[in-house]
Every structure is written in C-alpha cells, then in structure tokens.
Design a protein around this ligand. Sequence first.
Ligand SMILES: Cc1cc2nc3c(=O)[nH]c(=O)nc-3n(C[C@H](O)[C@H](O)[C@H](O)COP(=O)(O)OP(=O)(O)OC[C@H]3O[C@@H](n4cnc5c(N)ncnc54)[C@H](O)[C@@H]3O)c2cc1C
Length: 174
Amino acid sequence: MATIGGNIFAHHPYGDFAVALLALGARVVLAGQGAAKPLEDVLRERGRSSTSPIIAAIEVPRPRDPRAFAFAKVSRIKPKGVSVMSIAAHLPREGGRIRGARIAFGAMGPTPLRATAAERVLEGQSLDAATIARAAQLACDGLDPPTDALASAWYRREVAGTHLKRLLEKMERG
Ligand SMILES: Cc1cc2nc3c(=O)[nH]c(=O)nc-3n(C[C@H](O)[C@H](O)[C@H](O)COP(=O)(O)OP(=O)(O)OC[C@H]3O[C@@H](n4cnc5c(N)ncnc54)[C@H](O)[C@@H]3O)c2cc1C
C-alpha cells in the first residue's frame, strides 16, 4: 500500500519519508495510547519492544518558512531508486541565527536517526561556510550505518559529510 505508517517502519534502504518527518519534528499517535509522542521516541521504543503498536495518526508541525526545510535522497546510478542514504534538515532561523536545528539521516542506522552532533554545531549560528564545514565533519557522530546490497558501512561514513554539506549549501543559497 505504501502508507506513511508503513514507511516509518520500513527497513533501509526504504523509509525516506520517515526521515523527512523526523527532521520536521513529527509526533505520532499510537492506537489506544492517547497523547501523541515524538516520532524519535516511537522509533527507539519499537526497536526495544516485542510488541508493535499501530500508528493511528501523525502530526506534522508546518514549518513557518518552507525554505528552512530541505531533503536529499542519495541513490546510485544503477540500480537507480532506493537510497544509499537520505538526509532531511529543518533549520528555522530567527534574526539570521538557527533556532531548533534538526537533521535526520536515513539508512545510517537501524532506523532513521538524528545527527545530534551536527545539530549542536549549527544551533545558534548563522548558516555559513564555516558552520557548514563543521557540521559536515560531525555528520556521522552517533550514527551506525549498515552494510547492505547498495553500500558498505565504510562507504556511507565516507560520503555522509559531503552530502550533508551539499544540502546545507543549497539551503544557504536559499
Ligand atoms: C520496488 C520498491 C521501491 C521502493 N522504493 C522506496 C524508496 O526509495 N524510498 C521509500 O521511502 N520507499 C520506497 N518504497 C516504499 C516502501 O517500501 C513503503 O513505503 C513501505 O514498505 C511501507 O509500505 P506499506 O505501507 O505497505 O507498509 P509495509 O511494507 O506493509 O510495512 C512496513 C512495516 O511497517 C509496519 N507497519 C505498517 N503500517 C503500520 C502502522 N500503521 N503502524 C505501525 N506499523 C505499521 C509493518 O508491520 C512493517 O513492519 C519502495 C517500495 C517498492 C516496492
């Protein structure tokens, strides 16, 4: 069916949409569990739990400035399509400074994951060549890329910073 709920739990190299939702700070309502929870908590708990609650609804905050959000899907020429990795960044700015940076990677761990080290480098800063370079250097900190038929863990680590840099440079240009 290719539902959004299914995409959240699809294993790499699928699950691109879940990466965008994670960067946007989506919250998830689980059937029979009342209040919405952050998507990242639901992803983490699913890995630990033997039960699999059903996603009944997803709440996505609308970015105030659509230019503060960007997404990149990195795929090979052959086979074209599925992701070597996907990256989403939401970098809202106030007075030129980033407030509430969120960067998420897909196919860089068992579930979509936030690149918290890169987020910390960007938080409170302006998006310029120096901060982009520092964020790119730390892109893989805390991530645990898999080896699969598309790419090895080593390759994913090698190229993640370059792809994050390109995405952030595109956002810098506006
Ligand atoms: C050839 C091919 C290429 C594709 N390429 C891509 C791609 O490049 N990028 C991409 O993002 N997607 C891609 N997809 C789509 C991706 O596979 C689906 O989005 C994903 O499998 C979800 O499909 P589904 O909703 O049918 O869920 P399923 O595949 O049926 O389920 C996926 C997992 O989620 C669980 N699940 C399903 N619904 C819920 C729910 N509501 N609550 C809790 N758990 C749930 C299931 O139990 C299962 O563990 C591709 C699919 C195909 C067939």
